[in-house]
Design a protein around this ligand. Structure first.
Ligand code: HEC
Ligand code: HEC
Length: 386
């Protein structure tokens, strides 16, 4: 048996897996020797993996992890780029965007720029071990958030906070990013996970080198920026363009606002509570139509002694509540498992977020009208490496 077939699981390893080895050893009353045999199997396996790595890498030593050039993994892209710049927003959204947009003058969304950003967003080359991409913790089907309370980085370590959804980012007027707003702009934010020692673990030099080494990037940089030069500044701009292009416009809520659908009585009552209810006034902090925090400094109520929040004030940003029904768990520490729990105060009442029992169902019904799978599941936002 060659090393290759062993490692690839073509012959022996597939047919006679570890369970079968255990059974044979049991039959032969050789239990005591089992550990020794399993150790040998694992040594052969490691030897073979190492040997394979050497043959694909011209280096003569086999005790370093080879930097794979990954030529087999190239993105599939349309010959004419998808449309990202011209979003055709409905008027109830376009007007608000005009007043709230955090897009800087030197980095407008272009079709080629966002196309490059899309590839970068899904590329595992942006992590030290080639195992993690931005999308590992920001999954399209979850409104680009993560169902885990804390997300896993490249070496298995966990993030300090719960991942955030990445829709409607351009509607946050101040442009500040993260729960504690520590990134001043989206362009600054997007390079931070790359350099984070839990999340992706690269220096900016390593990032530039790895990106420049992939066969598919020169053409993408040429189209986006007019030359093939790879810089971290260009990487940041492209990622920011892609993310700013992700806007939700096709929820039931939008159809109702355009006169193309009607709320049910529960949904309508829920909207009224959200906008007007006496001491709740959810909308005072989560402003329509994108339901993104407008006053992150206001006391919102989740007790957490371990997190200092924005400038040590224990206040936090909240992302757009669009698609909120799909982004559980909730809050910066992921401590609230469902919207129902939050509204009903099941795990302890959170001031500003717990309502009378009769209103729970209405607010839930209304928040569900913010769900828009159509916009974010378009091909142009999906993983091009497939
Ligand atoms: C290992 C998981 C992980 C990876 C990988 C990751 N993120 Fe995140 N992301 C998070 C977490 C957790 C937060 C919230 C962190 C905080 O606020 O302290 C976050 C927050 C963000 C935000 C802030 C959103 C807002 O509304 O303020 C943006 C933007 C973002 N990530 C983009 C990216 C991009 C781009 C990449 C790839 C270059 C990436 N992330 C990779 C876990 C991850
Ligand atoms: C005083 C401002 C304020 C008011 C009023 C308020 N919220 Fe919030 N809300 C926030 C902030 C800030 C956060 C994020 C806090 C955190 O994660 O620590 C948040 C988080 C949330 C979340 C979780 C979002 C996520 O991505 O995890 C939901 C859902 C939510 N609010 C809904 C509501 C509803 C419904 C109401 C009315 C019943 C309401 N909020 C009233 C400020 C407010």
């Amino acid at each position: 048996m060659s090393c290759e077939s062993f490692v690839n699981g073509e012959g022996f390893y597939n047919r006679l897996h570890l369970k079968s080895i255990m059974q044979i050893l049991n039959l032969l009353h050789m239990k005591k020797n089992m550990i020794a045999v399993l150790t040998i199997v694992s040594i052969v396996f490691q030897y073979c993996s190492g040997k394979d790595a050497v043959t694909t890498n011209t280096s003569t030593t086999n005790n370093t992890i080879p930097v794979t050039t990954n030529t087999a993994r190239t993105p599939t892209l349309p010959s004419t780029p998808y449309s990202y710049a011209n979003q055709g927003l409905p008027s109830h959204i376009a007007q608000v965007l005009a007043a709230q947009d955090n897009t800087p003058a030197d980095n407008p969304v272009t079709d080629h720029g966002a196309t490059l950003g899309r590839v970068l967003f899904y590329d595992v080359q942006l992590s030290k071990t080639n195992t993690i991409s931005c999308s590992s913790c920001h999954q399209p089907a979850l409104s680009f958030s993560d169902s885990a309370v804390k997300s896993k980085g490249f070496a298995g370590g966990l993030t300090n906070r719960h991942s955030m959804p990445l829709v409607n980012l351009r509607f946050y007027k101040s442009g500040k990013m993260f729960w504690d707003e520590r990134a001043a702009t989206l362009e600054q934010q997007v390079l931070m996970p790359v350099q984070d020692m839990t999340e992706m673990g690269l220096t900016l030099d390593e990032l530039q080198q790895k990106v420049a080494a992939q066969s598919y990037y020169p053409a993408l940089f040429q189209n986006a920026f007019g030359s093939t030069q790879v810089t971290s500044e260009r990487i940041a701009k492209a990622l920011a363009q892609f993310l700013r292009s992700i806007v939700t416009t096709q929820a039931k809520y939008d159809l109702v606002k355009q006169g193309q659908a009607q709320f049910t009585p529960d949904e309508a009552a829920g909207e009224n509570l959200f906008l007007n209810a006496g001491n709740i006034t959810c909308a005072a902090c989560h402003t329509p139509p994108m339901f993104i925090t407008s006053s992150p400094a206001a006391a919102f109520g989740l007790p957490d002694a371990t997190d200092q929040g924005i400038n040590g004030t224990r206040a936090f940003k909240s992302s757009s509540l669009r698609n909120v029904a799909n982004t559980a768990p909730y809050f910066h520490n992921g401590s609230v498992r469902s919207l129902q729990n939050m509204l009903a105060g099941t795990n302890g009442a959170i001031p500003q977020h717990t309502v009378a029992p009769r209103d729970v169902q209405r607010l839930l019904a209304f928040m569900q009208t913010l769900t828009d799978g159509t916009s974010i599941l378009q091909e142009k936002y999906s993983n091009p490496f497939k």
